[in-house]
Design a protein around this ligand. Structure first.
Ligand SMILES: NC(=[NH2+])NCCC[C@H](N)C(=O)O
Ligand SMILES: [Mn+2]
Ligand SMILES: [Mn+2]
Length: 300
């Protein structure tokens, strides 16, 4: 298996600067060696070019759809990313996208779904199921799943609704922070949502196996979206929207090992690492380690 690393150094989906340095931090933490130790071949495509916020016309920072901020920039980045991911899949590789904030998932999902039906497992404290109208923050990193599923009308953006992803093939793992309208929308949807309480009750093995079978049911492959705020902030402090009560180090590794065992992984992303908020690059290191488990690294 060849894993193609694609850096998407963007911070347009949220308010805290620094998450655009995520790809550098994860590479510096030893990603390439970590992946090699999992036994896969590694190709690094480098980073997509993302214009710095300072280079942009300040007027473009005004919300353009509902209250969604930087939609134009995010459209540019995710369109380029979708091409990179689709090319990688077409070449028989498994793309590994490094965020950047979680808005990059719009591109990863579109690219992965270009010539196939896919499912998705969403490892996250958050639902990321807001729309430009319901979002309390206007931050697009809280909306990518809604965009990919075509939930609600996004009139000016034809890139939303473009994945063909079905709600029936989406499973959340580890939810613990939802906005009120988001909670209602998730309840009304056909998605499967496993919260932290489900993990407490059923254990990580059971929950992740169930999530993988939901996501993988009748599709060509699964996209794994790993938001580092899924983990407990005591072990992953370098994220913009930390929430107490996340998964432990061992639970996270085990979840990734189950992902590797499932053989369904078509594409993956690891997002929301913010080196400015991190302590000695530990969140980036953990991101690198977890991806190596996801690509098959075993203790013995
Ligand atoms: N990918 C993330 N960290 N998302 C956090 C979203 C937080 C909040 N629900 C919002 O819409 O703003
Ligand atoms: Mn999150
Ligand atoms: Mn997220």
């Amino acid at each position: 298996m060849t894993v193609r690393i694609i850096g998407a150094p963007t911070d347009y989906g949220q308010d805290r600067r620094g998450v655009d340095m995520g790809p550098s931090a994860i590479r510096y933490a030893g990603l390439s060696d970590a992946l090699s130790s999992a036994g896969v071949d590694v190709a690094d495509a480098g980073d997509l070019r993302v214009p710095r916020a300072e280079e942009r016309d300040p007027n473009s920072r005004q919300p353009s759809e509902g209250n969604a901020k930087f939609l134009q920039e995010i459209e540019e980045v995710t369109t380029a990313l979708a091409d990179g991911v689709a090319d990688s899949v077409a070449a028989g590789e498994t793309p590994l996208v490094l965020g950047g904030d979680h808005s990059v998932a719009i591109g990863s999902l579109r690219g992965s779904a270009r010539d196939a039906e896919i499912g998705a497992v969403w490892f996250d404290a958050h639902g990321d199921y807001n729309t430009p109208t319901t979002s309390p923050s206007g931050n697009v990193h809280g909306m990518p799943l809604a965009a990919a599923l075509g939930y609600a009308e996004w009139d000016s953006v034809d890139w939303a609704n473009a994945t063909g992803l079905r709600e029936e093939n989406v499973a959340y793992v580890g939810l613990r922070a939802l906005d009120d309208s988001e909670r209602a929308a998730i309840r009304d949807s056909e998605m499967t949502a496993y919260t932290m309480s489900d993990i407490d009750e059923r254990g990580i093995t059971d929950v992740v196996e169930a999530a993988l079978s939901v996501a993988g049911d009748g599709v060509d492959g699964v996209h794994a979206s790993l938001d580092m705020d899924w983990l407990d902030p005591t072990i992953a402090p370098g994220v913009g929207t930390p929430v107490r009560g996340g998964v432990t180090y061992r639970e996270a590794h085990h979840a990734m090992e189950l992902l590797a065992e499932s053989d369904a992984l078509r594409s993956m992303e690891v997002v929301e690492v913010n080196p400015v908020l991190d302590e000695s690059n530990e969140t980036a290191s953990l991101a690198a380690e977890l991806t190596s488990s996801a690509f098959g690294k075993r203790i013995l």
